[in-house]
Design a protein around this ligand. Structure first.
Ligand code: PEP
Ligand code: MG
Length: 571
């Protein structure tokens, strides 16, 4: 058994194909004619250009424009005078072979980018490595492993896979892949999810334990790999796979369908995202919008605050990509368990109750104003809504709205376009907020209930503490009552009420939320179709009674048992 990181869901049992990194030994040679060498280099660049264009075309069809862009970046590396222009100069000036010149030019760039914290620059190092390797192999006439042309079904095991490798994978033949390095947000992991190829990454030294032809089995959600499993284990995995495949196939028939209950009540099923890269997954799973864009990810893994322009680009990309569907962007929710290296926060006894989210933004309004300007500008490109996290009082909401208004005035003076009607809402994730929801509802356009924190604060159970994890229960009647209060208070003032905490995608509680009248359910993209499936089987009228009964049961376990016995869904 090897433990890695589950990167893309699905159950896999199959034969291993190890992708060996070919050791290309590059020696320095003195050449007679730099003209011939430069001409060889140019042919290799042209061949690479054709290959990259083919990869772009494949990626565009299989994954969409967003993911295909990586190959545009590769073409740009080919055209970058800083790279291959310098290689050419080196050949001419030093009379050395082209592959050695490439190595000499590219190595310092890769080293420099690799050392940087910035994820974006790290990706640029990966692009450069990929392209330089391609041109070198073309120069040396080395065939590249062609994952688009395999003749049997395999599970690829590699130290790492380049985006080119992943994009070229033929889904029919590649059952899944396993890599030794990488994390959930590395490019090949993101692409695997987009392509829906099951994958486990970050397995350390799996290559020392498998050879081509071995059997391998894994569940891409769990990240545990079995090498040469026994018959019993294989049968277990096969049964699980059949079940999982049938489940996904059934769900895929719901793409393009409405999210409507048996008695004709429409709800909105939206997705939670962390970066613009998640957009493809949102569209593929047919979410009707983005209910929570956690903007803090834009501030992480870097050395300084993102500029207004960087933020504007990220928000615009998502808003424009959703083509008029709603996108709720949450303003910076930093603090608690989310820290920024470059923005030291005070040591606190209780960081979850401390200087964080909107509290920090109202204190550091320089940071807040930059983000608000970027958001307002992006609102001109689609249906953007802004939401404040951790609001605990009407005063905080008013202060935040005043700052928005001040930034609107400035933009108007500067003649910069924005959506004058952009909705402003709040997360309801603190009990005090839920209790005064009737008052807050008069001053916002919408509520989005953040159950992840609302459970934590309502029951005084740290959401990160494993020791008391059994007390963190979404079926606690206190949570159900608060959620119901918030929904009814919102509706009384005529505003819509959504939920973006994990409970929104919890199959056990979707019936209760439908019964309470929740308007929007926002969850991880992969859960959207399952929620649509569940809602289609339920009648809101009947669920009203279920919700009422559940809220009045004395314990969470009685709520769980009641729901398990009452709600019979098709399997
Ligand atoms: C929540 O608290 O429910 C929520 C959606 O926000 P986060 O998980 O980012 O705190
Ligand atoms: Mg929260």
């Amino acid at each position: 058994m090897v433990k890695g990181i589950g990167a893309s869901p699905g159950i896999v049992v199959g034969k291993v194909l190890v992708k060996k990194e070919e050791e290309i030994k590059i020696a320095k040679k003195t050449i007679d004619s730099s003209e011939t060498e430069v001409s060889n280099l140019k042919s290799a660049i042209e061949k690479s250009r054709t290959q990259i264009q083919a990869l772009y075309d494949i990626a565009l069809v299989k994954m969409g424009e967003e993911e295909a862009k990586i190959f545009e970046a590769h073409q740009m590396v080919l055209d970058d005078p800083e790279v291959f222009g310098q290689v050419e100069n080196k050949i001419n000036n030093e009379k050395i072979n082209a592959e050695y010149a490439i190595e000499q030019v590219v190595a310092p760039f890769i080293k420099m980018f690799d050392m940087m914290e910035d994820e974006y620059l790290k990706e640029r190092a990966a692009d450069l490595k990929d392209v330089a390797g391609r041109v070198t192999k073309n120069l040396l006439g080395i065939d590249m492993v062609d994952f688009s042309n395999l003749d049997s079904k395999v599970v690829i095991v590699a130290n790492d896979l380049t985006p080119s490798d992943t994009a070229a994978m033929d889904k029919e033949m590649v059952l899944g892949f396993v890599t030794e390095i990488g994390g959930r947000t590395s490019h090949s992991a993101i692409m695997a999810r987009t392509l829906e190829i099951p994958a486990v990454v970050g397995t350390g030294n799996v290559l020392s334990q498998v050879v081509t032809g071995d059997m391998i089995a894994f569940n891409g959600d769990e990240g545990v790999i079995f090498v040469n499993p026994n018959e019993e284990k294989i049968a277990e995995f096969n049964a699980e796979r059949v079940k999982y495949d049938a489940f996904r196939t059934r769900l895929s028939t719901l793409v393009g369908k409405e999210s409507v209950s048996k008695d004709g009540v429409h709800v909105e099923l939206a997705a939670n995202i962390g970066t613009p890269e998640d957009l493809d997954s949102v569209l593929r799973n047919d979410a009707q919008g983005v209910g929570l864009y956690r903007s803090e990810f834009l501030y992480m893994d870097r050395e300084s605050l993102p500029t207004e322009e960087e933020q504007f680009e990220a928000y615009r990309k998502v808003v424009a990509g959703l083509e008029g569907k709603p996108v709720v962007i949450r303003t910076l929710d930093i603090g608690g368990d989310k820290k920024l290296d470059y923005l030291p926060l005070p040591e606190e006894m209780n960081p979850f109750l401390g200087y964080r989210a909107i509290r920090l933004c109202l204190d550091r309004d320089d940071i807040f104003r930059t983000q608000l300007r970027a958001l307002l500008r992006a609102s001109a490109f689609g249906n953007l809504k802004v939401m404040f996290p951790m609001i605990s009082s009407v005063e905080e909401l008013r202060d935040a709205k005043t700052i928005v208004e001040e930034e609107r005035v400035k933009l108007r003076e500067e003649g910069i376009a924005f959506d004058e009607k952009m909705e402003i809402g709040i997360m309801v994730e603190i009990p005090a907020t839920a209790i005064i929801a009737d008052l807050l509802a008069k001053e916002v356009d919408f509520f989005s209930i953040g159950t992840n924190d609302l459970i934590q604060y309502t029951t005084a159970v740290d959401r990160m503490n494993e020791k008391i994890a059994h007390l963190y229960n979404p079926c606690h009647p206190a949570l159900l009552r608060l959620v119901n209060m918030v929904i009814q208070a919102g509706h009384k003032e005529g505003i819509w009420v959504g939920m973006c905490g994990e409970v929104a995608g919890d199959p056990r509680l979707i019936p209760v939320l439908l019964g309470m009248g929740l308007d929007e359910f926002s969850m991880s993209p992969i859960s959207v179709l399952n929620a649509r499936w569940i809602i289609a089987q339920l009648s809101q009228e009947e669920m009203k009674i279920v919700a009422e009964t559940a809220m009045n049961l004395p314990t969470a376990s009685e709520v769980e048992a009641y729901l398990a016995n009452t709600i019979q869904l098709e399997d």
